[in-house]
Design a binder for this molecule. Structure first.
Ligand code: 2ND
Ligand code: ZN
Length: 372
């Protein structure tokens, strides 16, 4: 039996977390007050937390994304961005995350006159402050930023250039996000070609609200190194008895070409169990293909996506998976090493975290099981 408290002590790796999806409810309120944002749907922290979790529970990605108007709305000044970034790192380190890639879309934070560079500087300053505080408190965390472009907009090339400009100052890669249906990744080929030319890393949100064609484009046309969600790769997997219920044997599963390619190339899937249920990518946690994909040896990773909208944390996602699929520490260690291997961090730094932090941390947890 694993507890949430123990999960907090496990050294966790987070590859898919949105800065504007992880604000503390009290901070949203305070920033709204400070910056004169008057459109919040609630005026106390508990009610606001409930509003976000409920509104995001719509079963549609488009409706889920509407909730971001209120977080982005209060993130339009340099000091607000720095505060949100600092608190994000504090919250992740308190939760026992040892490496995180946190993403956000700079183009959404220029409504009140900040330049894209102002936005980057403010967020990176907040990450650095948060990491300094965490180290001082004995909970070191390495944080990198992923710069996101919105797929419905037309600024991806410019945003990709921004990611490259800041690559040695805390930015590890690039991403595209936003509504998926009707906005295929190939609309942004120019950005991806530029990034490949610069030997820069990128992931693409694909296979969440739209199926295989989106995944196919992301990996085959655009060259994505990882898939944001990618949960719909399951559409290309046929199990002997159908369905994805836990415990169903995966022997005899047949994979189509896209699924084979994703598995053969060890393309990491940034799975976000709670978010995937909220946006309707899967019907319920019990129906989530996480376990089937894990047993078929896809490179699965556990992620939060939006901690505010899903009222979650990495520890909570671990607990949900533990309860649903019975995972033990060896399983969580495997998913964590998968994530660290897939990080957009130089190889030597990844190995140092795996050997120096992740393996010793899980060894401690595994031995505790025998001590009672
Ligand atoms: O799960 C998601 N899918 C697609 N887009 C998303 C998801 N979560 C957040 N976003 C969008 C809304 C944010 O404003 C933006 C940048 O973080 O990314
Ligand atoms: Zn996301």
């Amino acid at each position: 039996m694993i507890t949430e408290e123990q999960c907090r002590t496990a050294p966790k790796v987070l590859l898919h977390d949105h800065l504007d999806g992880g604000l503390r409810p009290a901070t949203v309120l305070e920033l709204a007050h400070e910056t004169g944002y008057g459109a919040l749907p609630a005026d106390d922290a508990d009610a606001l937390a409930t509003w976000f979790a409920t509104a995001a529970n719509s079963g549609s990605l488009e409706t889920y994304l509407e909730t971001f108007a209120h977080t982005v709305g209060v993130m339009q000044t340099a000091s607000a961005l720095t505060r949100v970034a600092r608190e994000c790192v504090e919250d992740l380190s308190t939760d026992g995350v040892v490496y995180a890639e946190v993403r956000f879309a700079p183009e959404l934070h220029v409504e009140k006159g900040l330049s894209l560079d102002d936005v980057m500087e403010a967020v990176l300053a907040g990450f650095a402050e948060g990491a300094d505080e965490a180290r001082a408190q004995g909970r070191p965390i390495v944080v990198r930023c992923l710069v996101t472009a919105m797929r419905h907009a037309a600024r991806s090339r410019e945003i990709a250039e921004l990611a490259v400009t800041y690559r040695d100052r805390g930015v590890a890669g690039f991403d595209i996000a936003g509504a998926e249906a009707g906005f295929p990744p190939s609309r942004h080929l120019d950005a991806f070609e530029y990034l490949r030319g610069e030997c820069a890393h990128f992931t693409i949100h694909a296979g969440e609200a739209f199926g295989l064609p989106s995944i196919h484009e992301a990996i085959a046309f655009c060259g994505a190194e990882r898939l944001g969600h990618g949960v719909r790769v399951m559409d290309d997997v046929t199990l002997p008895g159908g369905g994805v219920s836990p415990g169903r044997p995966v022997d005899g599963a047949t994979l189509g070409r896209v699924a084979h390619y994703v598995r053969d190339k060890r393309i990491p899937l940034e799975l976000c169990p709670s978010s995937n249920v909220q946006t309707g990518a899967v019907a319920s946690l019990a129906d989530h293909p996480f376990d089937v994909l894990a047993r078929l040896r896809f490179r699965v990773t556990v992620n939060t996506d939006n901690r505010l909208m899903s009222d979650t944390s990495m520890s909570r996602e671990f607990m949900l998976l533990h309860r649903q699929f019975g995972y033990d520490w060896a399983d969580f260690e495997r998913f964590t090493v998968n994530a660290m291997k897939s990080a957009f961090l130089p190889f030597d730094e990844r190995i140092a975290l795996i050997d120096g932090v992740i393996k010793p941390g899980f060894a401690r947890l595994k031995s505790q099981r025998f001590d009672g």
